[in-house]
Design a protein around this ligand. Structure first.
Ligand code: NAD
Length: 324
């Protein structure tokens, strides 16, 4: 049994990670500003507090942990990170968390730390063609992310690598590509495209219409939460740091994703494309490196994950649950 710390354990990926680590039999401490929203926490110990406070970080890392997963960040979907109104908070809050947690881990001689970066750190100029985006790990520089969220991720990646170089920290860095699934934000303003589309379709009546941001030709790939957790744990327990993509390489245009959800719902719904925050034109996970280094890559089809997610969100909608 290992002792494991999960920062951001009240969030989407963190709460799923805690469940998985508990199912493996470990002792887990979770930390967040809030408890998980859709289920009780499975952590043995859950501390509510603000990781922007360096003293709080030291309090949280009060013992030897075998693994620390740092997932806490001020983040959300396109409606949160691409609108510009949250940029200062996103950069300040997430950078402060990473600075403080790394320093607390170093001071307490806790060397083994995982960091969740994002595909949003890749340069915009390689993601202009929706059919041929380049997100190979070595395409990161010269840097030009299209959002402040992406710049913070890039800065923090470098911070973790600098702590590895100068202080011998054993860091693992994943670049997540659009993680989705059950028990994630679906209508609180931080939801991402798959959850937002599932909600719109679940709320629409048969014969109705849903709105999709942009022209719908922008492409992305989406990774189901269970595979994200599997890849993250594999990376953490490997003797390799990354940074590496953890994402699906099943690229799809957003209108086609909407059509997939509509088909799953069994309803007759039309799509209306409207102006909205969309981010880069195309993005897909390049999985060559993870396959080469870890002998692993995700394999579940997008449709299988969407079926589970649509079912969960439509239940939330029909039970008139709030997501705030
Ligand atoms: P999330 O918003 O559900 O979880 C992040 C958690 O961090 C939240 O519960 C939040 O309360 C917590 N947090 C924020 N500020 C805090 C603070 N000051 N102190 C303590 N806790 C704080 O997001 P998620 O989808 O679970 O993402 C987890 C990590 O993965 C984040 O670093 C995110 O940037 C990264 N990521 C996620 C995706 C994705 O598609 N979900 C894609 C790329 C990268």
């Amino acid at each position: 049994m290992s002792k494991i710390l999960v920062c951001g354990a009240g969030g989407f990926i963190g709460s799923h990670l805690v469940k998985k680590l508990k199912s493996e039999g470990h002792w887990v401490r979770g930390v967040d500003l809030k408890y998980p929203r859709y289920d009780e926490t499975f952590a043995d110990d859950f501390i509510i507090g603000d990781l922007r406070d360096p003293n709080f970080c030291l309090q949280v890392v009060d013992q030897k942990f075998d693994e620390i997963y740092q997932l806490a960040a001020d983040m959300g979907g396109a409606g949160f990170v691409f609108v510009g109104t949250h940029d200062a908070d996103i950069m300040h809050n997430s950078a402060a968390i990473n600075l403080n947690m790394l320093e607390a881990a170093r001071k307490r001689n806790n060397k083994n730390i995982f960091y969740s970066s994002s595909a949003c750190m890749y340069p915009e100029y390689n993601q202009l063609d929706p059919d041929n985006p380049n997100c190979a790990e070595d395409s990161a520089y010269p840097a030009n992310p299209d959002s402040e969220y992406g710049w913070e991720k890039l800065f923090s990646e470098r911070l973790y690598l600098a702590y590895a170089k100068n202080y011998g920290m054993d860091v693992s860095i994943a670049r997540y590509h659009n993680i989705f699934g059950i028990e994630g934000s679906w209508s609180d303003g931080r939801e991402k495209a798959p959850a937002a589309i599932c909600r719109k379709v679940a709320q629409a009546s048969d014969g109705g219409e849903i709105e999709i941001w942009g022209d719908g030709k922008q492409t992305r790939s989406f990774l189901y939460i269970d595979e994200c957790i599997e890849g993250s744990i594999k990376l953490m327990r490997s003797n390799w740091s990354g940074p590496v993509n953890i994402g699906s390489d099943e690229m799809i245009a957003i209108n086609d994703l909407a059509k997939m959800v509509i088909e799953i719902s069994g309803k007759d719904i039309s799509i209306k494309n409207i102006d909205g925050p969309v981010g880069v034109r195309g993005r897909n996970s390049d999985n060559k490196l993870i396959n080469e280094k870890l002998g692993w890559k995700p394999s579940e089809s997008l449709k299988d994950g969407i079926i589970k997610t649509y079912e969960w969100i439509s239940t939330q909608v029909s039970n008139k649950k709030q997501d705030i």
